[in-house]
Write a protein that binds this ligand. Structure first.
Ligand code: ADP
Length: 471
């Protein structure tokens, strides 16, 4: 192999710039990469001092250190900031070696230079990105903790550190299993960090004498390449909102309770007037009194509903549960609505499970749910329609279903109708409802640890189903 020829190829094709200078730093030779990097031609460089390419921005101490190393070890590696003839700056990662003659004294210097400007910019960018992110993390009032796929804590902000009483630094680098007991101590729940329950966010209360409330959310962290980067948990303090909500419900409950007593006596008085207890009433008087009586009646229903919903929401409605036979409750509700049914000539079909297993329920409250569903079914089913009540069970729950042959519910409404004061198109035409019945029913069923939902195709009737846990 022709060694010189090979070295020639290295010289010509090297991606790193190569410069050879004498002991006075006068440039003797440069390779093509060096010219390209510096922006000078070979002719412009040869005969000049190596410092022609300097920018004046490299700290002096760097050159001091360079000469010291070259003097003692004959070699130096470092970074300098250079400038091209067009004024642009570039950063050189350079290794300089002193080449010594036979007498051991340096005869020349060889510099190998690499342009690392891009890499540096990238590093600066990354550094400023991460500074921005960590400032953000500390500025927000939400507690944040993140675990990598090995379950090691890689992110924890101060808010979370304070919540756990350890500070954020104490959490970083810890295993999830080590951190878990801290959460358990505060929230008193095992498996607080178990994602399955948390995806949509749950409200948890601390174990303090005056509890604080947090909404906890969980999300997997995935890189744009699809790689798993771990899991992130956020803790938002909602103590104030929770407290305000409770106060509001309590206020509404008190007001409706106070309204109910005078309303009831107004109704009674109107009833007596209508019955002629205070003397005979003529035709027009009778009509006016009936309007007043009906409206007071409606007002009392509304007040009762508001009272129920606010009690349910503030958690002050206590259930008196006992094992009950569902059939009794269904016939009880049907009896209550018998006059409505017969007026509209609706057929009521019962398809009940023979010997149904007993359920754990507050009978009055479940009758209230049934009256609501059955009442709606009668109300929305046209004359001579059919309403079917069905029961069935699986190993855990009993299902009660109320099906009608009315107009049904539009697909985008089947969830919304369970909200407070949500009344569909069908209801706008009929009067008398409060828009609270289903909201109350859902809250009551949920307090029984059951579920309630509606299924319907517009124009083909509606099916309401709720479950109750078996004894
Ligand atoms: P209300 O009946 O007093 O309006 P609800 O909360 O009981 O209030 O019902 C909310 C809405 O749900 C009703 O206004 C109606 O639009 C719809 N809805 C309930 N039951 C039925 C049903 N069986 N068929 C069709 N729509 C229904």
């Amino acid at each position: 192999m022709d060694f010189l020829k090979t070295m020639r190829a290295v010289w010509d094709d090297s991606l790193d710039g190569i410069v050879v200078a004498d002991t006075d730093t006068i440039i003797l030779e440069v390779n093509p990469a060096y010219c390209q990097m510096t922006g000078y031609t070979r002719e412009q460089l040869i005969g000049k001092r190596t410092n022609v390419i300097r920018s004046g921005l490299t700290p002096r101490s760097v050159f001091h250190e360079m000469w010291a190393h070259l003097g003692s070890e004959g070699k130096w590696v470092g970074e300098v900031i250079n400038q091209r003839p067009d004024g642009s700056l570039w950063i050189s990662y350079i290794s300089i070696t002193a080449v010594s003659g036979r007498d051991g004294r340096p005869e020349a210097f060889v510099g190998l230079s690499r342009d690392i400007t891009d890499r540096r910019n990238l590093e600066d960018l990354l550094r400023s990105q991460s500074t921005r992110l960590s400032s953000l993390l500390e500025a927000i009032v939400v507690g944040v903790v993140m675990f990598d796929p090995d379950e090691t804590c890689v992110v924890a902000n101060q808010v979370l550190g304070e919540l756990l009483g350890t500070g954020a630094d104490a959490l970083l680098g810890k295993r999830r299993a080590e951190i878990q007991p801290l959460f358990t101590r505060i929230f008193g729940q095992d498996g607080l960090l178990s994602p399955a329950e948390w995806t949509g966010g749950v409200t948890v209360a601390t174990r303090e004498p005056t509890p604080r409330y947090f909404i906890v959310r969980w999300a997997p962290v995935t890189a744009s390449s699809g790689a798993d980067l771990g899991q992130i948990f956020t803790f938002r303090d909602v103590t104030r909102e929770t407290e305000l909500d409770r106060m509001k419900s309590e206020f509404v409950a008190t007001v409706s309770h106070e309204l109910r007593t005078p309303m009831t006596s107004v109704k009674a008085a109107l009833g007596l007037l209508l019955a002629g207890a205070a003397g005979p009433v003529d035709g027009p008087q009778q009509e006016l009194l009936e309007v007043a009586h009906n409206n007071v009646d409606r007002l009392i229903r509304l007040i009762n509903d508001i009272l129920d919903i606010s009690r349910l929401e503030s958690g002050r409605l206590e259930l008196r549960t006992r094992p009950v036979q569902i059939d009794e409750l269904i016939t009880g509700a049907a009896r209550e609505l018998e006059s409505v049914r017969s007026q509209r000539e609706i057929t009521l079909k019962l398809a009940l499970l023979p010997d149904p297993p007993p359920v754990l329920a507050d009978p009055d409250r479940i009758i209230q749910v049934l009256v609501n569903l059955l009442g709606n079914a009668y109300k929305f089913t046209g004359e001579s329609g059919t309403v079917t009540v069905r029961t069935y069970a699986d190993g855990r729950d009993l299902y009660v279903q109320v099906e009608d042959t009315g107009p049904g519910i539009a697909a985008d409404q089947v969830e919304a109708i369970f909200e407070r004061f949500q009344r569909g198109a069908a209801a706008a035409r009929s009067s008398g409802g409060t828009g609270l019945g289903l909201a109350i029913s859902r809250a009551l069923v949920q307090q029984h640890k059951g579920r309630i939902w509606a299924e319907s195709e517009s124009g083909r009737g509606a099916v309401f189903t709720f479950t109750l846990p078996l004894v």
